[in-house]
Design a protein around this ligand. Structure first.
Ligand code: NCD
Length: 309
């Protein structure tokens, strides 16, 4: 049962619970009246201490489409954080006004802290370079829809694997499926954190770390491109040196499988050339749309007037 639960890390939900969410999201995609009124009278707080386009707008669109409403802020400068209020106090207040909280915050661990101070469910919309579980739901739903399966896949992660929270969450989530091989392609300075690698090792997940994207292209079923996370660098020179290490272009696409899919959580900066957008394997805009359907399924299940999952 997902009703009234928080979502802080991808493993907070079982595989079966996630499967049920995907089935709901697929029903919503096919029939836009499905679950339409399920959040009537419910209020969602969207507290964004960091910039966002897709995550915030898709949560707000999801809530409105379910018949509910939202309130919140899109930047910390317009909240009492600017006056020095602690996160704990902001969360206590928001949870006394709303029925659930969606929060994005630059500090790792902030979502877990918010859950401890909240009297209503908290959904982590990204805590620093740590986790982003609703992007993972979006990514898994997209892979399931486009590849027809979530097992028996070689998934290539490329770009900023050190700071990319979407990578951390997706790698942990995919590790729960069978016959998954992961290729982590990054410059040496931006390799996957040890704590994720250790988790994968413990679970006997096959993975390799590589530096060259071209060499890996023929092996990959799902290519997960990511942006170099400028805001998490301590030094602008390092960012400038590393930002264009990988640019996916038609020449590199020509080396890959015919049925590969390219995902990207977006926003894209330079890492995918715009010429790739018209390639049928480019799925990142479709992926962004699935994000709204899966967030509708999630909100209806957590907040819905009726118990769904
Ligand atoms: C991602 C994020 O915020 O971590 N964006 C998103 O939610 N779709 C990826 C990024 O910002 O690079």
């Amino acid at each position: 049962m997902i009703k009234n639960r928080s979502l802080i890390e991808p493993e907070d939900f079982s595989i079966t619970e996630m499967e049920s969410l995907f089935i709901l999201a697929e029903k919503i995609e096919k029939d836009d009246k499905y679950l339409r009124e399920s959040c009537r009278g419910k209020l969602l707080a969207t507290l964004f201490f960091e910039p966002s386009t897709r995550t915030r707008l898709s949560f707000e669109a999801a809530m409105l489409r379910l018949g509910g409403s939202f309130l919140g802020f899109a930047e910390p400068g317009s909240s009492s954080t600017a006056k020095g209020e602690s996160l704990a106090d902001t969360i206590r207040m928001a949870s006394s006004y709303a029925d659930a909280i969606v929060m994005r915050n630059p500090k790792e661990g902030s979502a877990l802290l918010a859950k401890q101070y909240s009297s209503v469910p908290v959904i982590n919309a990204g805590d620093g370079g740590h986790h982003h579980p609703t992007q993972t739901l979006t990514d898994l739903l997209t892979i399931k829809q486009l590849m027809g399966r979530l097992d028996n896949l070689t998934v290539g992660f490329c770009g900023d694997l050190k700071f990319g929270r979407t990578v951390h969450s997706l790698a942990k989530a995919l590790a729960r499926y069978k016959k998954i091989k992961m290729l982590f392609i990054s410059p040496k300075e931006l390799v996957l954190p040890d704590y994720i690698k250790n988790l994968l090792k413990k679970q006997n997940i096959e993975f390799e770390e590589r530096e060259v994207l071209e060499k890996s292209m023929p092996d990959i079923d799902v290519l997960y491109m990511t942006r170099v996370q400028r805001e998490r660098f301590f030094n602008e020179d390092d960012y400038i040196r590393l930002k264009d290490t990988y640019v996916l272009n038609p020449d590199k696409m020509a080396l890959s499988k015919k049925d590969m899919v390219v995902l990207h959580p977006l926003p894209r900066v330079n890492e995918i050339a715009v010429e790739v957008d018209s390639d049928p394997r480019a799925a990142y805009f479709k992926q962004a749309k699935y994000g709204m359907f899966v967030r509708m399924a999630l909100l209806a299940s957590i907040l819905g007037v009726k118990e769904i999952i």
